[in-house]
Design a binder for this molecule. Structure first.
Ligand code: 13P
Length: 257
């Protein structure tokens, strides 16, 4: 796979189920154009995760460009009788390199820690990069369970993971109560949480493979707030929902990161 180098920044668009096929292809074309024209931050990974339906068309547009293709989920098994699922083999055949796993919107639909763990293993098996999302709900934060929840989610997602040399893992801290809310957490809190995420990773990996880890932040990130997070020492990038749906706005985030 072409993308195993150490990126300075990682900026990821999660288009969720927000765009029609026509809109997705239009935004993809625009993004490719804008990225080619931008002051070319060649050390920034720009990853776009469209929905599965748009994936084939978007893949054709991104082919040969600097935009990297990612997926919003996958199934932890190879080609087979799994109605409604999309295999990593097919995703990879389109050039997909990153896969979002355990997003809070999927956890809310019943995705279990055990399933997320299987998916992380399957993604690594194919030398792709898992983007594992963790984060607490508003209730959990109110009950002062934030640290516990995040530590637990990381332990469960990365249980019995063995990394081969050169493999990467992204842990995305996304406070659930901030997603889509227009609010963002302050820099101190993001910094504190990034340390918890890092320490949990160190613990579960037994002190190994620290070089494989990148931590990113997600939750209502905009061009105005991105630098608050990417300027923190332990935060390498952002995972963007709403503000990634318009190529121009997303590229502003890329350029300000
Ligand atoms: P928003 O940027 O819309 O808050 O979404 C964040 C998110 O869930 C990215 O995965």
């Amino acid at each position: 796979m072409k993308d195993m180098k150490d990126w300075n920044k990682i900026i990821i668009a999660n288009w969720k189920m927000q765009l029609s096929l026509a809109e997705a292809t239009e935004q993809a074309k625009e993004m490719k154009k804008l990225l080619a024209k931008s002051k070319a931050k060649t050390d920034t990974a720009v990853v776009v995760c469209p929905d599965f339906l748009s994936m084939t068309e978007v893949a054709k547009i991104f082919k040969g460009s600097d935009v990297i293709l990612g997926a919003q989920d996958t199934y932890p098994g190879d080609i087979g009788a799994f109605t409604g699922e999309v295999s990593l083999k097919n995703l990879q055949s389109l050039g997909c390199e990153y896969v979002i796993l355990g997003h809070s919107e999927r956890r809310a639909m019943g995705e279990t820690d055990e399933m997320i763990n299987k998916k992380v293993k399957a993604v690594l098996e194919r030398d792709m990069v898992p983007i594992v999302c963790v984060g607490e709900t508003y209730e959990e934060r109110k009950e002062e369970k934030t640290n516990f929840v995040v530590i637990h989610q990381i332990y469960e997602a990365l249980k019995d993971i063995e990394l081969k040399p050169g493999q990467k893992i992204i842990l995305a801290y996304e406070p659930v109560w901030v997603i889509g809310s227009g609010q963002v957490i302050d820099a101190n809190e993001a910094d504190r949480m990034s340390q918890i995420v890092r320490q949990s990773y160190v613990d579960v990996m037994d002190g190994q493979n620290l070089e494989a880890l990148s931590i990113i932040y997600g939750g209502s990130v905009t061009p105005d707030t991105v630098a608050r997070f990417t300027s923190l020492q332990k935060i390498k990038g952002v995972l963007v929902g709403g503000a990634s749906l318009e190529a121009k706005k997303f590229m502003e985030i890329v350029n300000k990161a």
